[in-house]
Design a protein around this ligand. Structure first.
Ligand SMILES: [Zn+2]
Ligand SMILES: [Zn+2]
Length: 119
């Protein structure tokens, strides 16, 4: 086993419209598990380059995932219009993107995410 790949994905709370970061770890090729989330100021997040790269594969939540740090929602969705990530409570449909305000029904699994290195 090599050193696991860890990346950070920037997200925004659907209710409070505040930024947070998800930590994802790759366990096997293209199998990503979100195992931590923490509140982050978006100005700092863009300095850190959290949205510079992209990861692809299958995404799941580890048992340790604490939920959105602002509203405790346990899920996320990726907007089909702007490609950014917002928290999701697992019930709300259609969902409204916390970044671009586009409302759309959720469909399919997340296949790729903008991500940056964990420094
Ligand atoms: Zn939230
Ligand atoms: Zn959007």
């Amino acid at each position: 086993m090599g050193i696991p790949t860890v990346v950070i994905v920037l997200a925004r709370c659907s209710r409070r419209r505040q930024g947070f970061a998800l930590r994802l770890e790759e366990q096997g090729a293209g199998r990503w598990f979100a195992d931590w989330a923490f509140a982050v100021a978006e100005a700092r997040a863009s300095r850190e380059g959290y949205d510079q790269g992209e990861i692809a594969g299958r995404f799941d939540f580890a048992d340790t995932y604490p939920g959105c740090p602002h509203c405790e929602a346990g899920g996320i969705f990726r907007c089909g219009a702007c490609g950014k990530v917002s928290c999701w409570d697992g019930r709300q449909q259609p969902v409204t993107c916390a970044w671009c305000d586009r409302a759309a029904p959720l469909k399919g699994a997340i296949e790729r995410l903008h991500a940056g290195g964990d420094r």
